[in-house]
Each structure stands twice: as structure tokens, then as C-alpha cells.
Ligand binder design. Structure first.
Ligand code: PLP
Length: 454
């Protein structure tokens, strides 16, 4: 554990939970992590849906090493490099039709910040300095990042609460969350009230003030792989077009095969104007993110001032880009998107029955290798456990006892209560490994049920 090393290194690391002790990971291979005592864990959530190609891929390490020896850093305001050209080409090939310009940053929050600034920039370039279009509409129970701009679009109260007075006052509409529908309707018998709320909010604020609508195709960290209702994204696209509002799909978690499609919007054939992405693009081998934008929107900037007033020191650095190039080569060559789809089916076949067999599993949802399991105190009423009980965290610790790491989340039922865990192993996972993951998860869940007296 971390604290065992205090004599050697002192105690200087500032963790997110400063009173928690952590296992020390010393090695990783494939879907497995190993701590300093030799304990093995299945990386059942790929860190936070990051390590999509698995750990310890030699060819990626070699590509990074080669690039470090060639040129590790150049600044994007001064130079181009081959890795950024090649990576932008790979990303454009994977992206939906028309999205072929790639702006590089170092992670998901930066990708979101850059995307919303581009939305504003686009309207300034197109309509002139007097344009009022600046607001970004987003959804409750969403997560778009922790920097102040990204947190302003985020609709997850536990993450927003302390910083609320510091945030930009962007409008939020209800989540599309069929298990807890805000309108009290059920899937198949609704009018897509959650999508129509976008239109109502646009009218309330005035379309002339709105630059973009941002949403996650499957809600990740804030709600646990929540899928959209049938027809949701098509309706959202329609509303955005009607009111001249850009549609930004935040695919930081779902991009690059996580849900069994290169980008999750591909499931519905909906083409957004901008996609923010990160995580799976470099699969944890280097910090990397980007937004991808439609060429015709980019052209408006190119024909206008030509200047995008935004950037970070590490945006477009050759080292991270070389990692991304090697990762996406591997992703393509090993057909990982298809494996995500196939192994996802196997994972859901193993976990779906928990909705019937477990007294505390309320909902199993998601797609591909992106699976959320919502835990409830009472299945009939869908009542969540009190937030003080930290059920998601407890379930995670139980799973870790059995050598499985999952990713807990909370607050999605009412802004305070609501527990889920995300399961999203590397997309390289084999059938036997899926079975073992499911076995360990059920063992952890059983332990929790026992402790809770079910
Ligand atoms: C959908 C989404 N957007 C943005 C972010 C923020 O990314 P990062 O943690 O790399 O800043 C995340 C992180 O989990 C995410 O899931």
C-alpha cells in the first residue's frame, strides 16, 4: 500500500481522497494489473474507460521511445510534425462523414473546453462580432470534465456543488434516462419529452443566444452507461438544425470502439457538428484529446480570421501523437471495435440476469464493452440507498477483494442519491476473460448483498 513506502519516499502525493490508502501497481499486461504484493486485478473499467488496447503493448512503447529519441516536443503555434498529420488522418477516417478536422489537446476536459470555444468562434466568424450566440445547452446527470468551463456544462451535482458559484450559468435540460424518466413515462410509450425539452429551452433563452447543445451519446461517469431512448439523437439533430445550433457529441468515454462502434453516434447514423474525444485515442499510453469538427464549419474560420484563439502548451505534441498513431494502428489491425461488440454481447448475457436474480441490481445497461449496473435499495420503487452509505464505493471494494476493478459513480437518482458501477474492460478482452470478469463481479456483489443483510 502507498503508506508502506513512507519511510523511503516520505508522504508527499496529493490524492483525490487524502485519507485513503491505495494499492501500489507495479506491472500491467493485457487486461491485468499487478500490485507490489503480487495481487492480480482485472482492469474491469480500463482505468476510467481509457486503456482500450490493454496494458503493456510493446509496439506502442517502442513507437513512443522512437519518437522521444527523434523529437519529443515542438509547439503547435510554430511547427507541424508527422505524428500529428498521421493521427489526424486516422481520426478523420474513423469519424462520421464530414468530420475531418482535428484539433489536438491533452485530455477530455480540454477537448470539451476547446469544442465549446470553437462553437462560439464559429458564429463570430460566420455572423460577425455582434453575434449573441454564446450559450451552450447541456443536460442534467451528465459529465463533461472538471475544468471550470467543462464543469459548467456538466450536470452532475456532486461534482458541481462546491464550485457552483464559480461556474458559467449555462442552461441544462433533463437527462434522457428511461429507468428514471423525468416525465414519469416509459420507453416506447413516450413522446421523447426529454429531447423536446431542448426545443423549449432554446425558445426560452432565444435561439439567437445559443451556440451549441452538448451531450454524451451514452452517459458515462455521471450515470453509468445510460443509453438514449429510441429516436432521441435523431430528434435532437432535428431541433439543432431547426434553430441553427451546433450539436456537440461528447465521446470522451464512448469514442474509439467502447460501445462497439468507432463513435457511439454511429449506432444511430446521426452526424454531429463536433465530437470531443480523448481516452481511447491514446489508450492511456500518453495524455491526449481532441475535438473533431465538420470541414465546412472549419472552412468558415479558414475563410474568416483564420485564428482559433485557444491552445495549451502540450496540444499537438509529437510524443503524445506518436502514441495515438500506434494505438489506433493497433485498434484497427486487431479489429477491436468488432471485438467490443462481440464481447459486449457476452458480458451483457452474463450480467443482464442480475436484474432478476440480485435483490439490489435495478438496471443493467449500455452497449458494447460499456456496461452500467445500477444498485437500488428497493427494486419495486427503484428507491436508491442513502448517499451516506456510499454503496458504489463499497461494491467496488468488494470487487477488488475478488481481484476486479470497477468504476463507481453516484448522485444520478436525484443529484445526491443513486449508485452505479461502470464495467468497461480493455477492448482486447477474450471470451474466457469476460467469463472470469463476470464471475468476480458476481462474487463481489454477493458479498455486498450479504453485508447489507439481503
Ligand atoms: C464524457 C466525458 N467528457 C469529459 C471528460 C473529462 O475528461 P478528462 O478526465 O480527460 O479531463 C470525461 C472523463 O471521464 C468524460 O467521461
Amino acid at each position: 500500500m502507498y503508506k508502506d513506502y513512507a519511510e523511503q519516499y516520505g508522504d508527499h502525493v496529493f490524492f483525490r481522497d487524502v485519507n485513503k490508502d491505495m494499492p501500489v501497481i507495479v506491472r500491467a499486461q493485457g487486461i491485468y494489473l499487478y500490485d507490489d504484493k503480487g495481487k492480480e486485478y482485472i482492469d474491469g473499467c480500463s482505468g476510467s474507460q481509457v486503456t482500450n488496447i490493454g496494458h503493456g503493448v510493446e509496439e506502442v512503447a517502442e513507437a513512443i521511445g522512437r519518437q522521444a529519441k527523434t523529437v519529443a516536443f515542438t509547439h503547435l503555434s510554430r511547427f507541424a510534425s508527422v505524428p500529428i498529420m498521421r493521427l489526424a488522418q486516422q481520426v478523420a477516417e474513423l469519424a462520421p462523414p464530414g468530420l475531418s478536422r482535428v484539433y489536438f489537446v491533452s485530455g477530455g476536459s480540454e477537448a470539451v473546453e476547446a469544442a465549446i470555444k470553437f462553437a462560439r468562434t464559429y458564429f463570430l466568424e460566420r455572423d460577425g462580432a455582434d453575434t449573441k450566440k454564446h450559450k451552450i445547452i447541456a443536460r442534467w446527470h451528465s459529465y463533461h470534465g472538471n475544468t471550470l468551463g467543462a464543469l459548467s456544462v456538466t450536470g452532475h451535482m456532486p461534482r458541481r456543488k462546491k464550485y457552483d458559484p464559480m461556474l458559467v450559468d449555462f442552461p441544462h435540460i433533463p437527462a434522457c434516462y428511461c429507468y428514471r424518466c423525468f416525465a414519469g413515462k416509459s420507453q416506447g410509450s413516450c413522446n421523447l419529452d426529454c429531447a423536446n425539452a431542448l426545443e423549449a429551452t432554446i425558445l426560452e433563452h432565444g435561439a439567437e443566444n445559443i451556440a451549441a447543445f452538448m451531450a454524451e451519446p451514452f452517459v458515462g461517469a455521471a450515470s453509468g452507461a445510460v443509453p438514449p431512448a429510441e429516436g432521441y439523437w435523431a430528434r435532437i439533430r432535428e431541433i439543432c438544425d431547426k434553430y441553427d445550433i451546433l450539436l456537440i457529441a461528447d465521446e470522451v468515454m464512448t469514442g474509439f470502439g467502447r460501445t462497439g462502434a468507432d463513435f457511439a453516434v454511429d449506432h444511430w447514423g446521426v452526424v454531429p457538428d463536433i465530437i470531443s474525444c480523448a481516452k481511447g485515442m491514446s489508450a492511456g499510453y500518453a495524455p491526449l484529446g481532441a475535438f473533431i469538427v465538420k470541414e465546412d464549419l472549419f472552412k468558415v474560420l479558414q475563410r474568416g480570421s483564420g485564428k482559433f484563439t485557444h491552445g495549451h502548451t502540450y496540444g499537438g505534441n509529437p510524443l503524445a501523437a506518436a502514441a495515438g498513431v500506434a494505438v489506433l494502428d493497433y485498434y484497427k489491425r486487431h479489429n477491436l471495435c468488432e471485438n467490443s461488440r462481440l464481447m459486449g454481447e457476452r458480458l451483457f448475457a452474463a450480467l443482464d440476469p442480475l436484474e432478476e436474480t440480485s435483490p439490489i441490481v435495478g438496471d443493467v445497461r449500455g452497449r458494447g464493452l460499456f456496461c452500467g449496473v445500477e444498485i437500488v435499495q428497493d427494486k419495486a420503487s427503484r428507491k436508491p440507498f442513502p448517499p451516506e452509505m456510499s454503496i458504489g464505493e463499497k461494491l467496488t471494494l468488494k470487487c477488488m477483494d475478488h481481484g476486479l476493478v470497477v468504476y463507481p459513480g453516484s448522485g444520478h437518482a436525484d443529484g445526491r442519491a443513486g449508485d452505479h458501477v461502470l464495467i468497461g474492460p480493455p477492448l482486447t478482452i477474450t471470451a474466457a476473460e469476460v467469463d472470469e470478469l463476470a464471475r468476480r463481479f458476481k462474487a463481489g456483489l454477493k458479498d455486498l448483498e450479504k453485508e447489507l443483510g439481503y
